[in-house]
Design a binder for this molecule. Structure first.
Ligand code: 5GP
Ligand code: MG
Ligand code: MG
Length: 195
């Protein structure tokens, strides 16, 4: 079985200043995280683990993590909008799409693409905790330096990255680049040229 062949993303090439994390590195890391998570949870009372992915950025890591996990997990998605500019968030959050199911008594693992200020996540954790789950933990693929200053318990972190604006593997700028298979830092010319 050959892996699915990736389409060419040459059209993006000039916009990416450098590749920060390759597809292979992401793949290896997601595999490690999945193994660690599976060990940590052990035998679960209360049924399957519930993965809660935050749309749209977490969609790639969510699907890869779910497939790498050696145990069954249910996939739930939430969409929230944090008021703010396209490159930073304010912590004021509105739910655009809520979970489809009740999580009372469930073990919930929030899956995030990136934590920067942590404001969105801290709001989300308060919101989820109010629904009486058995537990809530967080797994994020990427974490920026500012995130360590926030009181948000993040149990699983893929990569700590420098304070650059990154795109790819779910992360966008103006809805583009989510479909890149790797994580790259966006050339500042892209967001200063006003497209
Ligand atoms: P926080 O509330 O932690 O500051 O922001 C988290 C959200 O901001 C992420 O889910 C993402 O949408 C956006 N974000 C923060 N840093 C970056 C980045 O470097 N690149 C992209 N594409 N989005 C980012
Ligand atoms: Mg996110
Ligand atoms: Mg975005």
């Amino acid at each position: 079985n050959d892996p699915i062949e990736r389409g060419s993303r040459a059209v993006y090439d000039g916009d990416i200043a450098s590749v920060l994390i390759t597809e292979q590195q992401i793949n290896d890391k997601v595999g490690e995280l999945a193994k660690q998570i599976d060990e940590d949870y052990g035998d679960l009372a209360g049924g399957d683990l519930v993965l809660v992915g935050v749309l749209k950025g977490a969609v790639m890591v969510m699907t890869d993590l779910a497939r790498a996990l050696p145990r069954p997990a249910q996939l739930e998605f939430m969409a929230v909008s944090s008021y703010g500019s396209s490159t930073s968030s304010s912590g004021v959050v509105r739910i655009l799409k809520d979970l489809d199911r009740d999580i009372a008594g469930k073990h919930v693992l929030v899956v995030e693409d990136i934590i920067d200020s942590g404001l969105t996540l801290s709001w989300l954790l308060r919101n989820l905790a109010a629904r009486d789950p058995a537990s809530v933990e967080v797994c994020t693929l990427l974490r920026k330096p500012d995130a360590v200053r926030v009181e948000v318990p993040v149990r699983y972190v893929g990569f700590d990255i420098p304070n650059e604006f990154v795109v790819g593997y779910g992360l966008d700028f103006a809805e583009r680049y989510r479909d890149l298979p790797y994580i790259g830092s966006l050339d500042p010319k892209v967001y200063t040229s006003g497209t």
